[in-house]
Design a protein around this ligand. Structure first.
Ligand code: ATP
Ligand code: MG
Length: 399
């Protein structure tokens, strides 16, 4: 058993001592069988949240209405969720109402895919009523029960299927694939944020291009925010060595491959309801990718892009040119680091200095002067020293 499970075994033992059942469940059991790194473990139990709280002295109510209590044990938090059933799905979404039950098998039955519907007890023995191990051995994604039914209960499961294709390099079971092609339109009922979260996981998986291909083949892309993937853009994406790109860079590459017009980029990202800060970042990356496709970097553009955006844009640019993202990136960092100035804050002259020097009231002219000064300094014609800059400003303003 993995160390991460071993440290939690005493928790299962304590719950059992109190007369209840407790198991490791969900993604952690799946990832353990796949030899993948396990980020967090989920524990399911026949005890109700209040019964769990009576067993452990340190708990936090993090989702008690869904049956989840966080137990703090030896400095680590463990999410413990009461067995539940989720009948009564409304509007093709997971129901808000859940029923606590005492049967493990019933709890596993409400889970999406057979690989996610296994439990492991404290001795490392698997409870696998739906043949999850077989699905894992065959690397297939199989729904627990009828695929169409399961997707119509909760349409997000369709996105989850494709994100697992990407993350795990699995293929869709034929009935699962078929159901995706039929039920896709139900995705309209799912909150954009939830779709985006799955889509970002899909974008970061090693098999992302195949998953995007499947989004297109099953027509699911029609029900994602302004994502009309064409065969052409998939063929193009397929050629790019994009596996090491980070999430914002991946969005940048996608926007490029989808040929989204510059003036449409913001709308595209807003439709996905990404946080404003991320939208600004991706927009900037995209703007500099476009610049880079037409120009080389010079002092002015290095400065204007700023280090973070510069490196991200260059990494995507490299990928577009079929090179590894970090190709020649060290040289670029060196060039940036040796710029005479890297940000406006480093300028040895302020707006107030300029107002005094030229005896003019505050106005838009200050920004124009600052930009001129920056350009002179960056292009090596002027030293970033207060007296030198003053001399230069006076000299120019007398002309
Ligand atoms: P990850 O590695 O991304 O955490 P995961 O499979 O653990 O993958 P979670 O969203 O953490 O995914 O969900 C934990 C478990 O809850 C799943 O393994 C699955 O058993 C169940 N589950 C999650 N979402 C759904 C859903 N929409 N429908 C049915 N079961 C679900
Ligand atoms: Mg998980």
């Amino acid at each position: 058993m993995d160390q991460i499970f071993k440290s939690a075994v005493p928790i299962l033992a304590k719950i059992e001592e109190a007369g209840f059942e407790a198991y490791f469940v969900g993604g952690s059991v799946r990832d353990y069988l796949l030899n993948r790194a396990i980020s967090d473990i989920d524990i399911a139990t026949s005890a109700t949240p209040n019964e769990i709280k009576a067993i452990f002295p340190n708990t936090v109510d993090i989702g008690i209405e869904h049956g989840t209590v966080l137990v703090l044990y030896k400095g680590t938090g463990y999410e413990i969720t009461t067995f539940r059933s989720e009948s009564g799905y409304k509007d093709y979404r997971r129901p808000n109402e859940v029923y606590f039950i005492r049967s493990l098998i019933e709890d596993l039955k409400r889970r999406d895919f057979t690989m996610n519907a296994m439990a492991m007890n404290k001795n490392g023995e698997l409870i696998d009523p739906f043949n999850g191990q077989k699905a894992i051995a065959e690397k297939t994604i199989v729904t627990v029960g009828n695929a169409e039914e399961r997707f119509s209960e909760d349409a997000l499961r369709m996105m989850r299927a494709l994100r697992f294709v990407s993350q795990l390099n699995f293929t869709l079971d034929p009935t699962c694939y078929e159901a995706l092609t039929i039920m896709g339109s139900l995705l309209q009922h799912i909150a954009v944020e939830r779709k985006t979260s799955e889509f970002e996981k899909l974008l970061m998986g090693p098999n992302r291009i195949e998953a995007i291909h499947l989004l297109n083949k099953t027509n699911l892309d029609q029900y994602l925010p302004s994502l009309k993937v064409s065969q052409m853009s998939i063929a193009e994406l397929q050629q790019y060595p994009c596996s090491d790109l980070h999430i914002s860079e991946m969005w940048g590459l996608l926007i490029y491959a989808l040929r989204i017009e510059p003036q449409e980029v913001e709308k595209f990202l807003r439709n996905w309801k990404l946080p404003v800060k991320r939208i600004r970042e991706i927009q900037a990356i995209n703007q500099w990718i476009r610049y880079r496709l037409a120009n080389g970097w010079d002092h002015l553009s290095l400065y204007a892009a700023g280090k973070e955006i510069l490196l991200q844009a260059e990494r995507v640019f490299n990928v577009i040119n079929h090179q590894e993202p970090d190709e020649s990136i060290d040289e670029l960092i060196k060039r940036y680091d040796t710029l005479p100035i890297q940000s406006r804050r480093e300028l040895e002259i302020s707006g107030t200095d300029l107002m005094e020097l030229l005896d003019r009231p505050s106005g838009a002219w200050i920004k124009e002067w600052i930009e001129l000064i920056e350009k002179e300094i960056l292009e090596g014609r002027l030293l970033n020293e207060n007296t030198r800059i003053r001399e230069w400003v006076l000299f120019c303003s007398q002309k």
